[in-house]
Design a protein around this ligand. Structure first.
Ligand code: SF4
Length: 398
């Protein structure tokens, strides 16, 4: 006789900060389909470019730390050949050549079924990885205390609507902090861009404290976009998780690094110009600035002649952390989890995914890359726009 397996007394659904909460906010329907039939979903949406950039920065930092003083910046990046499928770098390259660092990351991602969408996307990813390592490395690497730090904590789960019974009273929230820095501003040399950015955003800071750094494989979002707010909530929630570990100094700030801004492609420049024209960004060149002129005279296909100082300003976003800001952000994420849990419950009752998880994405770019666009009842843009963008080879960069 076969005995049934005893079910667990309690279900504590687990949520990943980026893989679940940010993905759900991108699109509820896409999130549900990407996460298969396992509830609660926990597998992150696959994003080759973001994972590649993270991998290269982590690999470069590991090599820099293991070989003090041996590989001064800038590090080389041997160009990718104009034709042919992705192949190993040629023999004889220096160990710190970004092609050498990037290749095993590409292989590991390919093993998981993740590949660059096109050759152009691959070239663009290496170009940005090179900018990230050579522009950030000299400033950021000396400050890093820990990389890829796992954090987890449990929180009470509010009811999505009054009286709704959920399967659990708590949920577990986990994430991976890209970089933790121990910063004593007074001890960091003048001209360190991380120090200067933290000091400008948090002028009253004294003593030792931690700064959480998160790399974003994207452009700096416009202020009105969901991603602007979500980025802030993310670092505040990391700060909450980190403080629960009680291992380090108090977290004083989070830094989001929008890697595309260090080496912007054509689409990034178009978005930047549009955000500046519509007064939807906090970092814009002033009239008469060389960067103002460079942006306004840029033509599609040409390399943008933006200064390094301006690109740093666009790439680095410092977010001060206080108890009040942490409380606000974690409550916002509680509400997102409650909404997901409410849909998990509704799906069980209705037996229908499509009637429970609506398409909520308004980004044409996301919908073009979405595997479910062909049967999605309401993708962003018109069918004609989707078809045209698809035929044109989607985004020009990644
Ligand atoms: S096509 Fe767009 S709206 Fe539809 S499921 Fe995909 S991401 Fe969501």
């Amino acid at each position: 006789m076969e005995l049934p397996i005893k079910p667990p007394d309690r279900v504590v659904p687990e949520y990943s900060l980026t893989g679940d909460l940010l993905s759900y906010r991108r699109c509820a329907m896409q999130y549900r389909y990407y996460n298969g039939s396992a509830l609660p979903p926990s597998r992150p949406v696959q994003m080759w470019y973001g994972e590649f950039i993270h991998g290269v920065l982590e690999g470069a930092f590991g090599m820099w730390r293991a070989n003090p003083g041996r590989y001064p910046f800038p590090w080389p990046s041997t160009p990718i050949p104009d034709t042919g499928a992705p192949a190993p770098p040629p023999d004889g390259l220096a160990p710190n050549d970004l092609r050498v660092i990037g290749w095993p990351i590409e292989q590991a991602l390919a093993y998981e079924g993740k590949r660059a969408r096109s050759r152009r996307a691959r070239v663009s990813a290496y170009r940005r990885a090179e900018a990230a390592v050579n522009m950030l490395g000299p400033h950021l690497f000396p400050l890093i205390a820990d990389a890829e730090q796992k954090v987890i904590g449990t929180r009470p789960l509010p009811s999505p609507t009054p009286g709704t019974m959920l399967r659990s009273e708590r949920y577990a929230l986990h994430g991976v902090i890209d970089v933790l820095t121990n910063v004593e501003l007074a001890s960091v040399g003048e001209g360190n861009i991380i120090r200067d950015a933290v000091r400008a955003a948090c002028p009253d800071l004294q003593g030792m404290f931690e700064v959480i750094v998160d790399y974003k494989g994207s452009h700096r979002p416009p202020l009105a976009e969901d991603y602007w707010q979500l980025g802030e909530w993310q670092v505040q929630t990391y700060a909450w998780l980190r403080q629960r570990q009680q291992l380090g100094y108090p977290v004083a700030a989070g830094i989001l690094i929008y890697v595309n801004e260090l080496a912007p492609g054509s689409d990034d420049i178009r978005r930047m110009r549009s955000a500046i024209q519509n007064r939807q960004t906090d970092v814009a060149p002033t009239r008469g600035d060389p960067d103002y002129y460079a942006l306004n005279t840029w033509t599609a296909g040409a390399a943008p002649r933006l200064s390094a100082a301006f690109r740093y300003r666009r790439a680095i976003r410092v977010i001060p952390v206080t108890q009040q800001s942490i409380d606000n952000a974690t409550q916002q994420f509680d509400q997102i989890v409650a909404e997901i849990e409410g849909r998990v419950r509704d799906e069980e009752i209705r037996g229908s995914i499509r009637n429970t998880w609506p398409p909520t994405c308004d980004s044409l770019e996301t919908c073009i890359a979405c595997d479910f666009r062909h049967f999605c009842p309401r993708p962003a843009g018109t069918r004609q726009q989707l078809a045209t963008a698809e035929a044109a080879g989607d985004d020009d960069d990644v």
